[in-house]
Structures are given as C-alpha cells and as structure tokens.
Design a protein around this ligand. Structure first.
Ligand code: AMP
Length: 537
C-alpha cells in the first residue's frame, strides 16, 4: 500500500522560497572592499531569480558545472541558490590553494563558466590562459579588476539586464546540486557530489537542537569558507530557519571578526579549532563588545577541552562536531553548555540524527560499542557520499562498500554511542609494530597550560620503523621547553609513546581551509629527523 502523503521533491528551491517568504525583514550582510552590503532574504531571492535567467542566457546546459572563485559574500550566496535551482551544478573552488591545484579542480569539475570576485582577479590572473572555462564573469565587490579580466562580463550588469525567472524549480531531488573537493590533507583532493536531496535533509538536520541548532532570529557568522564543504551547509540552514546571515569577506582575522560580531550582534559563529585558539585571546582582551555571542560551532579538527573551557567560562555554549566533506559535513556532535555538567566521556559526541555509524576491524568484522575496541569508523546516511565524481578513481572501490563510507578515521565508541576519534589512519605512527595515536599525543600536549597548538607526525626510524615527532606552538607569553613537555607527557601517555623529538615553533603550516597541514610537516621534516637519528646511531 502506498502512503498517501504529498510527494514534494526535496530540492533547494524549497529553501529559497521559504527564505524569500519569511525572511522579508532578515538581512544578509556582506563585508566587501566597497563597504558593507545589506539586503533582506527577500531581495536576495529576487536577485537569485534574475541570476537563473542570466545562467540561461549565458547558455550553461542542464547539469553543466558553474565554478566560483570567491570569498564569503552575498553574490556567492546567490550562486549557491541560482546554480542548483536552475538545474546546474555549483563548484566553489578553494581560493587559498596553489594555482596548479586550482587549475586541476576547475578542469576536473569541468566548470564551464567561472564567477570570480573582482578582489580575486589578481590572484587568478596568472592562470588566465590556462583556465579551461568558456567564460569568466567578474563579480563587482568594489575592488579593482585585474587587467587580465578587464573584458569579462560583469555580474551586476548581467543581473540588471535580466528578467526574473518565474520560479526556481527545475531540478529533481536526486540531481547533482554542487561539487566540493576534499581538502586533500592525506592525498589528492577528491570531488564529492552533493544532491538537492542531501543538501535539504542536511539543512533540516542542522536546525535540530542537538546538531547546529540554527534557529529563526539567530545571527549566523560563518568563518568557514564557502569553498569548504558548502560552508558546512550554513547558507542553506540559515536560509531555511531563516536567520540573519553575516559574511566576513576576505578579512577573517580575529580583530576583523570581533568588529563584525560587535556591529552585527552575531549570535552563532562557526569555524575550525585553530581559529578559536586565536579568537579566545581577543575575547580575553575585552577590547570589543562580544556579548551577543551565544553559541560556537566548531569542527574540522579536534577542539581541546581547555579551549572549549575558555568559551564556556564566558557563558558561550560550544558545539564540538566531527564530520568530513564526504558527509556534508555533519557526522557526530556534542554540545558543551555553559553552567552545566560537562558531557559524558568521549570527545566527538554521538551521531547526529540521520547518521548511522559502525566500527570495523582491519579484517572486516564489526566491533562492539564497548568504549575499548578501536576500528575504522564507517558511516551511512542520506547526506553521505556513495561515490566520488570521477568513476575511474580507485578510491571508489576502497572508500565505499556495502552502502557504507569508510571514513579513514579510527575511533572507539562507548555503549551510549559517544564517539572518540583515535586518529586518522594515515596519521597513525607505527612504532615497533604497535600503533601510536598522533591525535592522542596532541590531545595530551594541548592539555599543558603553556601549549596552544600541537601537531604530531611519524618519521622513519631505523629500529622502530617509525617514531613520533611533535611540533608545538606555545600559548601566548609562554616558553615551554621540550624537556619539560616530555616530562609532562610521561605522566599522561605510555612512556614509549613520548615523542623522540619535540620542536617549539612559532606557527604550524595550514591547509587551504586552515587546518594543520601534517602532510607538509612530514614532507618538510621527516627525512631531516630520520637523518639526525641515523647520525646518532
Ligand atoms: P575534511 O573533509 O577536510 O573536512 O576533513 C575531514 C577530516 O577531518 C575527518 O576525517 C577527521 O579526520 C577530521 N576531523 C573533522 N572533525 C574532527 C573533530 N571534531 N575531531 C577530530 N578530527 C576531526
């Protein structure tokens, strides 16, 4: 027997219409070189309808890819809606990558048209002749346009000349909506293809109180870039709530963000731990009125309890979330609430509603949730990838099986479903045939009051195969010595886990999305460290 409920497709136009209809007095605010731009969600919706016509006139075929090379801002947001709602596929390229990687991503995604912020035309200029796209449209953010793009059509002119499309709906729910590349910290970036359905369900999930908890009346300021996992889906969940949305543009320095929080009265901030480490000092210095902030959404890497505590003591609730590009990104989450007892043991929280997890041993057996067994985390759910874009990619066979995604993260799960990530499989250190978790060593190091950030890598060792080396950024005003830190670790981890080398550094290399770049650390230091051991033995 069929259910007799309306079969309304879960397509992004559903979100766009809602934002337009019930967001008439809620703003989208964007910081641009020209100044601060303010529009209501209703006005954004009207521009999106005209942008749909522009895409028709430019002649991008249904399913054709439309690239962006842009900061977080309202034009980028308009493309987030117009491209999928008009039946095309959005690809937000990472503006922080090396130009060869940008060229690779644009070619691999087969972008036909590229929308570029005027302020980024200079960055893209060296690539002008290598871009495999048919056309470039310059988005007028008030910055000067590089000569290489002087002849390109202008976004605002195209929009002004276009009639609004009648409606947004030209896609089926399982059609592709956007393509996003993984950050490639452990290998070549791979393209994940989100569908309308996955984006709508993920946005609905994000409104749940135990997940991102975005709600009507919030003022959401995402510090995560729009080229990283669809900005964690925040443009869509904020439109669905709807919430006021604030975009920081190119300047995401802690001071600029503090000014923006103060002027827009932001209630919800979202970003990765390395950002919250810097931002905590700005909160502590008290130079700005940041009293509007109620909640922080943090994910992408592990947040240390000492970091979370710095926000809780200011009355700010802190969501610690685990996820990945292949998961749109939401996988697990736990709220640390100011003034309440800390959550149960386990760092990354429980699976968010809609996501199923299992732990799998090397030989393939499914492990119990006993808080002890460690295995690879596998995930299943309506916003989790089932393949990468490239059908010839070998990873399709290794990462996806029986309807599950192999996350590449090793974890343990407590009987109540609380997940603790042990490490990424590729970051584990294999010493004398036994595994050492680089993440657990980092956890132990950042528990030291004089340590702000830590990254641990493996380096080749003649006797043990591999040994760990730690790179430590001191907390501001501190000067911990490697010996002191080694001694501190002796009490916190098994003695054979203590890194052979601890180096104090001013900063750690970052990936294009701002996480610690362990691949670069290994490339830059592993052979030097190995050679110094060889010399001593
Ligand atoms: P990406 O696809 O670039 O977002 O990277 C996803 C990876 O980041 C995951 O597979 C994890 O290894 C790591 N990650 C994300 N969130 C967390 C977290 N809260 N704790 C520990 N690792 C995390």
């Amino acid at each position: 027997m069929d259910g007799l409920m309306q079969d309304v497709p879960l397509t992004i136009d559903l979100i766009a219409r809602r934002a337009m209809q019930v967001g008439a007095d809620l703003e989208v605010v964007s910081v641009e070189p020209a100044g601060v731009d303010r529009r209501t969600w209703t006005e954004i919706g009207e521009r999106v309808l005209r942008l749909c016509t522009v895409l028709d006139e430019i002649g991008v075929a249904p399913g054709g890819r439309v690239g962006t090379f842009a900061w977080n801002g309202h034009r980028h947001l308009e493309l987030y809606f117009a491209v999928p709602c008009s039946g095309r596929v959005l690809h937000a390229a990472n503006v922080r990558l090396h130009r060869d990687q940008v060229e690779y991503a644009i070619r691999h995604a087969e972008d036909q048209i590229l929308f570029v912020d005027a302020s980024l035309t200079g960055t893209l200029a060296p690539l002008r002749d290598r871009l495999a796209v048919r056309d470039v449209v310059v988005m007028d953010d008030g910055a000067e346009v590089d000569g290489a793009f002087a002849d390109c059509p202008r976004y605002e002119e195209l929009l002004a000349a276009a009639e609004p499309a009648e409606d947004f709906a030209r896609a089926a729910e399982n059609d592709a909506a956007s393509v996003c590349f993984t950050s490639g910290t452990t290998g070549n970036p791979q393209a994940v293809v989100y569908s309308h359905r996955s984006i709508v369900l993920h946005a609905m999930g994000a409104l749940m109180v135990d997940s991102h908890s975005v709600r009507r009346g919030d003022v959401v300021l995402p510090l995560t870039p729009m080229f990283h996992v669809n900005c964690w889906g925040l443009p869509y969940s904020s439109a669905l709530a709807p919430a006021k949305l604030v975009f920081a543009g190119s300047d995401t320095s802690p001071e600029a963000v503090a000014r923006l929080i103060e002027s827009e009265r932001a209630t919800v901030l979202a970003g990765i731990p390395t950002f919250w480490v810097q931002m905590a000092d700005v909160f502590a210095e008290g130079g700005y009125d940041l009293s509007s902030v109620q909640r922080i959404l943090c994910g992408g890497a592990e947040a240390a309890p000492s970091l979370i505590a710095r926000y809780l003591e200011r009355g700010i609730d802190f969501l610690h979330a685990w996820g990945m590009t292949e998961m749109s990104p939401s996988g697990t989450a736990v709220w640390h609430r100011s003034g309440e007892d800390p959550p149960a043991e386990g760092a990354q929280g429980v699976p968010v509603p809609g996501v199923e997890l299992r732990l799998v041993a090397d030989e393939g057996s499914v492990l119990p949730w006993d808080g002890q067994s460690t295995g690879e985390l596998e995930a299943r759910g309506p916003w989790i990838a089932r393949a990468y874009l490239d059908p010839d990619d070998d990873s399709n066979a290794t990462r996806f099986h029986d309807g599950w995604l192999r996350t590449g993260d090793v974890a343990r799960i407590a009987p109540d479903g609380t997940v603790t990530i042990v490490d990424r499989t590729k970051d584990l250190v294999k010493s004398g045939g036994e595994w050492i978790s680089s993440l657990e060593l980092e956890r132990a190091l950042v528990a030291h009051t004089e340590v702000a950030e830590a990254a641990v890598i493996a380096f080749p060792h003649p006797r043990w195969g591999e040994r760990p080396a730690a790179f430590v950024v001191p907390a501001s005003g501190s000067e911990p010595s490697p010996e002191e830190l080694k001694e501190f670790l002796q009490g916190a981890v098994a003695s054979w886990w203590v890194p052979d080398v601890i180096e104090i550094v001013a900063e750690l290399p970052r990936t294009g999305v701002g996480k610690h770049d362990k691949r670069r650390l290994r490339a830059e230091h592993a052979s030097r460290l190995a050679a110094s051991v060889e010399a001593r033995t």
